[in-house]
Design a protein around this ligand. Structure first.
Ligand code: APR
Ligand code: PHB
Length: 389
């Protein structure tokens, strides 16, 4: 098979890129290891920046998002005693939208056939070839047959564990990593949220987050040591812990219910440079990971894809190679700022095992500063709604 851009991975990054390229008249094919049901079964974060909402709107795929998404004008930091509200809307004039990543993926997946976007699910043994030159190709197996896609470019949208990043020679790359000494234990339940706006809490017992998917579906998290297993946390224990960490006011409004999903996710900050090597462009989790504090993962994937689609469309429409050459630097400039925000919010809101009284005093001072400073709140708010692309 021959195409202009071979896209590896049909997560949000790969599907969004495929749709944007099709809208620009660029030929592309997406290949995905899993089945559609498996991809839709993954529960991830659900807070969308305006850039992400804007891309769905530009594609005309935002009907469900507009109908079901919850527009949020602020969020809260809890320091054990009080709620510090960050009034995002009045500080920045912008809002975020709570809409599950699963739903974005579903909207993109369901619209693919009607937009002429070919997505091949259930492929195995994906390998990238000749990425140094201008005629790369991808090989894979599907239903027992060997297959090959020849393309001008390959877009590596295959997440943290995919083969794309690994195809770039180590000598041409640099990795930055911070692994955190805890994970987030999350619960999804069909109960009304305890608060209309998100609450991130730093409590002596540890971190907690109250989030939601809809007026009748809640998503909560606590941080746990990496040695814990989900089996250690029956629903009642988790609800008890959430009530303690979120504080009495929120606890009084928590409705408990059976877990629809419960899992532990480790926290990591990771950046791979460069995000382009020869004819291979990396987008989303294949190039970087943020800890979930601040919900930047999906939004960063969306901004990468925005830059990549612009560069690729410029190349095929005008023969402009400069945007391709500049893709990595342009994407990384935004990636690093989101990495910084996610890392600093993680640092502020978690009790690290290695912290002593000084580090704790710094957290108290910073939260107190944020509570009393419009400038500090504005800085948090502009990062939370998303920096411009
Ligand atoms: N061959 C084909 N597809 C693959 C391969 C492979 N060898 N390896 C991984 N994939 C697929 C995965 O099955 C997955 O569907 O690539 C896709 C990558 O999707 P995500 O992991 O969701 O990453 P991305 O699209 O970059 O999304 C970034 O969304 O998933 C969240 O946590 C993520 O919030 C972040 C954002
Ligand atoms: C979620 O709703 O799952 C969520 C919200 C905010 C975060 C992380 C996850 O920072």
């Amino acid at each position: 098979m021959k195409t202009q851009v071979a896209i590896i991975g049909a997560g949000p990054a790969g599907l969004l890129l495929g749709h944007l390229l099709r809208a620009e008249g660029v030929d592309c094919v997406v290949i995905e290891r899993q089945t559609p049901d498996y991809v839709l079964g993954r529960i991830r974060a659900g807070v969308l920046e305006q850039v992400t909402v804007g891309l769905m709107a530009r594609l005309g795929l935002d009907a469900r998002l507009r109908d079901q998404g919850l527009v949020e004008e602020g969020f809260n930091l809890a320091d054990g005693e009080r709620l510090i509200r960050i009034d995002v809307a009045s500080l920045t004039g912008k809002t975020v939208v709570v809409y599950g990543q699963t739903e974005i993926t579903r909207d993109l997946m369901e619209a693919a056939p009607g937009r002429g976007l070919q997505v091949i699910y259930g492929v195995s043994d994906v390998a990238l070839h000749d990425i140094d030159g201008d005629a790369p190709h991808v090989t894979y197996r599907k239903d027992g047959a060997d297959c090959r896609i020849d393309a001008r470019f390959i877009a590596g949208c295959d997440g943290f564990h995919g083969p794309s990043r690994k195809a770039i020679p180590a000598a041409a790359a640099k990795e930055y990593e911070r692994v955190y000494p805890f994970g987030w234990l999350g619960i999804l339940a069909d109960v009304p949220p305890c608060n209309p706006e998100l609450i991130y809490a730093n409590h002596p017992r540890g971190f907690a987050l109250a989030s939601m998917r809809s007026p009748t579906r809640s998503r909560y998290y606590v941080d746990v040591p990496l040695t814990e297993r989900v089996e250690d946390w029956p629903d009642d224990r988790l609800w008890d812990e959430l009530a303690l960490r979120l504080g009495p006011e929120a606890a009084a409004r928590i409705t408990r219910g059976p877990a629809l999903e419960k899992s532990i996710a480790p926290l990591r900050s990771y950046v791979f440079e460069p995000m382009r090597h020869g004819s291979l462009l990396l987008c989303g989790d294949s190039a970087h990971i943020v800890p979930p504090t601040g919900a930047k993962g999906l939004n960063l994937a969306a901004s990468d894809v925005h830059y990549a689609a612009e560069a690729l469309a410029g190349y095929f429409r005008r023969g402009d190679g400069d945007a391709i050459a500049g893709y990595s630097a342009r994407a990384l400039a935004r990636v690093w700022k989101s990495e910084r925000f996610s890392w600093s919010l993680t640092r502020l809101m978690h009790r690290f095992p290695e912290d002593g009284p000084f580090e704790r005093a710094m957290q108290v001072a910073e939260l107190d500063y944020i509570a009393g400073s419009r400038a500090a709140q504005l800085s948090i708010a502009e990062n939370y709604v998303g920096l411009p692309v």
